[in-house]
Unconditional design. Sequence first.
Length: 266
Amino acid sequence: MPPVAALARNAQAGQHGAVTLFRSFSDALTPVVDFVYPPRCPLCGGAIAAQTGLCASCWDELAIPGEPACALCQLPLTDHAVDEGALCAPCIASAPRHDGIAAGTLYNDASRKLVLAFKHGRRIALADMLARLMIARLARHDPGEWLVVPVPLHRWRLWQRGFNQSALLASSIAKARGEQLVVDALIRQKATATLGGLGRKARARALAGAIGVNPAHRAQLAKAKVILVDDVLTSGATSSACVSALKRAGAEKVVITCFARVVADA
């Protein structure tokens, strides 16, 4: 096997152990961390009872999606007189391949700070708290028969960061809902530049051919129901590329869940 291919395979396989290792360290160190560093709200720094939540004031700062909302993607609708089952304009216009979106919060200053602390500040202990908000929005999808699949990182990004934030969220969701985590079901087949600042079409071009299905899980994905996990849903280009790869592999249904969803009017 060529050296680069071998490294890629080892990186993909190693994600299983990495997710478990991060969770084990986090659980084992919790009492020590609480003693040395008394629990503080990750947003405002105020004292809280445990390292697993926010203070009451900061909970109020989060924008939790509500009703009325699009029956497919749960995008908030401004017309409170809409009929049950109504779709938003983007879903009517684009006929997306996904089978629903469940966002824990709408992207605002509070959710942005949590994402930055989690992903770039390496506050991996936030994973369970962020996942709980996502699980609440997944409640309408019966648990037990879904595969939980994270949006993949390219191996170089994974090695630089040391963890895949979507995989940590996916692990928490799978554990809480009693479902199977398939952490390496999808692979980044090529590195892509940072998508921040790019428009919808530019993001789609950058992701063309970037995401594929791991051949080792192709049979498992056929006719499966999949929960696709990401931390932030912006234009939807990355999740769309993942959904397309999963549907090409024969997945019956793909529901996207994220912690924070960017909405123009939010």
